[in-house]
Design a binder for this molecule. Structure first.
Ligand code: SAM
Length: 215
């Protein structure tokens, strides 16, 4: 897994592009600056690795656009030691960013083959989140509560299970909308009864499947 000067240079340019697009959290930018995104790509597609766009990773799924990863990571305001649940492991890139930010990461993937592939691959890069296979729209009750939850697939509505599994003071970052376009939401659990909702810009994710997702 070579990380040449050329790769590092391309990565620096990508990070500058994210800054130019409005990402301000230097911790997020620095974390993304450390992770060799090209190792998630097959050799034939290497030139796509440092473009600011999503890319197919097989099984109809994608590695999220770097801007989207940066935006969601910034909204999470990750603190060292935060216990974070990610719904939609996919390639594992977002999980690596959360690990770099010092979080304890629990990540769940619906597609069995992707789960197997990523569970084997990430430790080879030195990242060791806790991997789970199954329907993350229900969260992972056995390991709840979480300080933060991030959903990296588009949901039709906010799954109640995810709000229930948040610590007081914690937040859920989730894209919600139809099959084409979703609004990024941050829901902060101020008390058992009070959820504060913030609405951000539009994104386009693959659908969140499962019981509390798209059937
Ligand atoms: N976070 C990923 C990354 O960094 O590459 C990108 C994820 S991709 C945009 C969305 C992922 O969510 C897909 O891998 C998809 O299989 C997964 N997914 C969809 N519904 C899910 C569910 N109910 N539970 C867990 N994963 C789900």
């Amino acid at each position: 897994m070579e990380d040449s000067y050329k790769h590092q240079g391309m990565r620096r340019k990508l990070i500058q592009k994210l800054r130019d697009k409005g990402i301000e959290d230097e911790r997020v930018l620095s974390a993304m600056g450390k992770i060799p995104r090209h190792v998630f790509f097959e050799n034939a597609f290497l030139e796509h690795a440092y473009q600011d766009k999503a890319f197919p990773i097989g099984h109809g799924q994608t590695i999220s656009q770097p801007y989207t990863v940066a935006f969601q990571s910034e909204l999470l305001e990750v603190k060292q030691g935060d216990k974070i649940l990610e719904i939609g492991t996919g390639s594992g890139y977002q999980a690596c960013v959360l690990c770099e930010l010092g979080a304890r990461v629990y990540t769940i993937e619906y597609q069995k083959d992707l789960y197997e592939r990523t569970r084997r691959f990430l430790p080879q890069m030195g990242y060791k989140p806790h991997f789970f296979s199954g329907d993350g729209s229900k969260g992972i009750l056995a390991h709840a509560p979480y300080d933060k939850i991030i959903v990296t697939a588009g949901a039709p509505s906010v799954p109640s299970a995810l709000l229930e599994q948040l610590n007081i003071g914690g937040c859920l970052v989730i894209p919600v909308g139809d099959n084409q376009i979703q609004q990024m939401l941050r829901l902060t659990k101020e008390s058992e009864k009070k959820i504060v909702k913030e609405v951000f810009s539009n994104f386009s994710f693959v659908p969140l499947k499962g019981e509390q997702g798209w059937q």
